[in-house]
Design a protein around this ligand. Structure first.
Ligand code: SF4
Length: 386
């Protein structure tokens, strides 16, 4: 795939977007990894040592988290030096026992009494038990391909071939929106094919070799599959930015694991209050609190494009409060926001128009204009990414 790819006829913005200084600055780490100027964070993890004498499988989980906290500080120093060019990866040795091994073991513990997301089901998925997401420890992938419908910077360009986003769709979901546009994937855990860590690494490697700009973990939802994803990185031996495309119901523990692994975040912030979240999803979670917390953690630990889908008649209750949270709680100078207008009633909402009368139409251009104007007022940067 090269710069003359026919895709450029309908996504020329994949090239032009990198001419925007703000995009380059806000996505500088992602861009450097995409173009192979810098190593991805998961590769730096493999070069970050932990005590070689520690028996990971024997240690108490508490002890493992304590080591994780210390190693995380060490990782930050190394990452900063690599980012500012005062250290090269080649100056570090690949470790027999690394930060990545520690993360793999910790995620193994999390799945044994599942706390991968804030549902905190506590089931032992390694023994075949299933929680809210209806997944045991087997991960399934519905499909994977070079996605050319994602935000322009995620398609390549800027010195990398426009190879699309190497998107891997995991089955099942822990949020279950009643308007899900991927409901065949999200609501059927048995969809797709089984993947283990090695197979997942092979899929990622092939996507990158074919020109993908990044590996885009999505679904459904990637979070319940973290154990397979994190272990796959042990087998992944190509440089590629990792992208977390998530509903952000991750537990705090999962966020700690991801912070030193994910190069660019693509989180959804859908609802501005818990009433709408409860009404339009499976409910039962403190949506705004959890998702706000995770956005704050993520944006401190990587580049970020936040997605918000505007819903008809939900401007005052959802769109505006979400934009306010982003503007107040995150560093406006570092994030990009994609305010999306492609709402269409799908799945349960479409089948029950009497329950959701306000959602039975497309978003109007007036509503979109109001959303953009509000983002402008708040000083959020949104325009160059879609
Ligand atoms: S991933 Fe979340 S929903 Fe699934 S079993 Fe674990 S805690 Fe429950």
């Amino acid at each position: 795939m090269d710069g003359r790819c026919p895709t450029l006829f309908w996504r020329p913005d994949a090239l032009t977007v990198w001419g925007d200084e703000e995009v380059r600055r806000r996505l500088s780490w992602y861009h450097a990894v995409m173009t192979d100027e810098k190593p991805a964070k998961f590769i730096i993890c493999k070069h970050t040592p932990i005590d070689p004498d520690i028996e990971l499988k024997e240690a108490e989980e508490k002890e493992l988290w304590s080591i994780h906290e210390k190693t995380s500080e060490e990782f930050r120093k190394i990452h900063e030096k690599i980012a500012n060019g005062t250290l090269k990866l080649g100056e570090l040795e690949k470790q027999e026992k690394s930060f990545l091994d520690l993360k793999i073991e910790l995620v193994h513990r999390l799945v044994q009494s599942c706390r991968l997301c804030e549902r905190r089901c506590g089931v032992n998925r390694l023994k075949g038990e299933k929680g809210f997401c209806r997944l045991d420890s087997v991960s399934r992938v519905s499909t994977w391909f070079h996605h050319f419908g994602e935000e322009a910077p995620l398609l390549g360009g800027g010195g990398h071939p426009v190879g699309g986003s190497g998107t891997i769709f995991f089955t099942s979901c822990n949020l279950r929106c009643k308007f899900c546009q991927n409901y065949d994937i999200s609501f059927n855990p048995e969809n797709g094919v089984e993947v283990d860590a090695k197979r997942l690494a092979l899929i990622a490697k092939e996507l990158r070799r074919e020109g993908a700009a990044n590996i885009n973990y999505v679904g459904g939802e990637p979070t319940p599959n973290l154990h397979t994803i994190i272990e796959s990185l042990k087998h992944l031996n190509v440089n590629v930015p990792l992208l977390w495309n998530s509903n952000m119901l991750c537990s705090e523990e999962t966020m700690k694991i991801l912070c030193e692994v994910i190069d660019i975040w693509l989180p959804d912030f859908k609802f501005g209050n818990n009433n709408c979240a409860d009404r339009l999803t499976a409910g039962g979670i403190d949506y705004v609190k959890i998702v706000t917390r995770n956005h704050i953690i993520a944006h401190k630990n990587g580049d970020m494009i936040v997605r918000h889908l505007v819903m008809p008649n939900h401007l005052d209750c959802c769109t505006k409060p979400v934009l306010e949270i982003l503007a107040k709680k995150l560093d406006k100078d570092r994030i990009l926001v994609n305010i999306m207008g492609q709402w269409r009633p799908e799945y349960y909402v479409a089948r029950h128009p009497e329950k959701y009368p306000e959602l039975m139409r497309r978003v109007s251009s007036k509503e979109m204009r109001e959303a953009f104007d509000y983002a402008d007022q708040l000083g959020l940067v949104y325009k160059p990414v879609s």
